[in-house]
Design a binder for this molecule. Structure first.
Ligand code: BTN
Length: 308
């Protein structure tokens, strides 16, 4: 276990002050080594008071450092600033990082969304990409996007009572305003997925810019700042359970119950063109089934969806 984790657990135990000798016994290291770890935590933003009696945690930064995720410390790569977590996750995936590696950045200078849009990534939001290595053919990968948006909406509803709904293919909205977006990138060899990277941007405590008039934050919905660490831990646990359960049928069914797209007249825009119709269903792969003007059904694999 990372010694920082042990120190933080003891400092958070409810006791006012923890002596250096108790920490040194618990960690089985010298008091100088304990002091060095405390200094590292201080450099990371933890305000820890040090006196002759010992150490006291004064404030705890809401930063998703790897050691804040017991059991996941090896698989969380945390950065202060990146161009885009998608790029770093792609490099990690190509270099062979394990399934469910998570790349998280406090800020992104070139965060991107679908259809080459940019994704504003100021401080207070959550910006991360999960590297998945599913044993599925490439055609089934869109199901993973739906799964991510479903788990996002479920976590917001269950843990924060935020009435989040899903919009095909993978937006999460509250009363028509966007609280989170998902971007997926995949690489495949022949008929086997090599990796699918699921990038997630969540408006948590950030201030949306005037360029994002349709955005809403968790903070605004809850009425006070939300712990990004706690939300991310809950999301990752639920997402991993869903992904590894192999029961994607239940994902599509649950997604449909939270969908605001089905039953509506929509326009689908891709870089190639536009299609209009009524959204009648989502198939087992996560594709949208549209009933177009002549009554026939059209299967839409990807695209941006506008409700008419
Ligand atoms: C969209 O709604 O168009 C998708 C937005 C996805 C944004 C996230 S933030 C983390 C990851 N890194 C990026 O550059 N984009 C995704």
């Amino acid at each position: 276990m990372d010694p920082k984790q042990t120190i933080l657990t003891m400092l958070r135990s409810g006791r006012d002050i923890i002596s250096g000798s108790e920490l040194s016994r618990r960690l089985d290291v010298s008091r100088v080594a304990v002091w060095k770890q405390v200094q590292r935590l201080q450099q990371c933003g933890y305000e820890i008071g040090a006196s002759a009696k010992g150490y006291r945690l004064i404030t705890d930064p809401d930063i998703p450092y790897p050691w804040e995720f017991p059991g996941r410390e090896e698989s969380i790569l945390h950065f202060q600033q990146l161009e885009s977590t998608m790029d770093t996750a792609r490099q990690s995936a190509r270099s062979g990082c394990p399934h469910f590696t998570v790349v998280v950045a406090e800020q992104q200078s070139a965060g991107r969304g679908r259809l080459n849009r940019s994704w504003h990534s100021g401080s207070g939001g959550l910006y991360f990409t999960v590297v998945l290595r599913p044993q599925i053919p490439p055609a089934l990968s869109p199901r993973l996007n739906l799964c991510a948006s479903l788990v996002l909406a479920e976590t917001l509803r269950k843990d924060y009572a935020i009435p989040a709904r899903v919009k095909w293919p993978n937006d999460v909205l509250v009363d028509g305003r966007k609280i989170a977006g998902i971007l997926a990138e995949m690489e495949a060899e022949a008929d086997r997925v090599s990796y699918v990277n699921i990038g997630v941007g969540v408006n948590v405590n950030n201030n949306p810019t005037p360029a994002e008039p349709g955005a809403v934050t968790m903070q605004e919905q809850v009425g006070s700042p939300v712990s990004r660490k706690k939300w991310l831990a809950a999301f990752l646990d639920s997402f991993e359970t869903r992904i590894d359960s192999g029961n994607m049928g239940s994902v599509i069914g649950a997604w449909k119950t939270l969908s605001i797209t089905l039953g509506r007249q929509v326009k689908i825009v891709t870089l190639q063109g536009e299609t209009e119709g009524r959204a009648v269903d989502v198939d087992a792969n996560g594709s949208l089934i549209l009933q177009v003007a002549d009554g026939s059904l059209k299967t839409i694999l990807y695209g941006d969806c506008f409700h008419m």
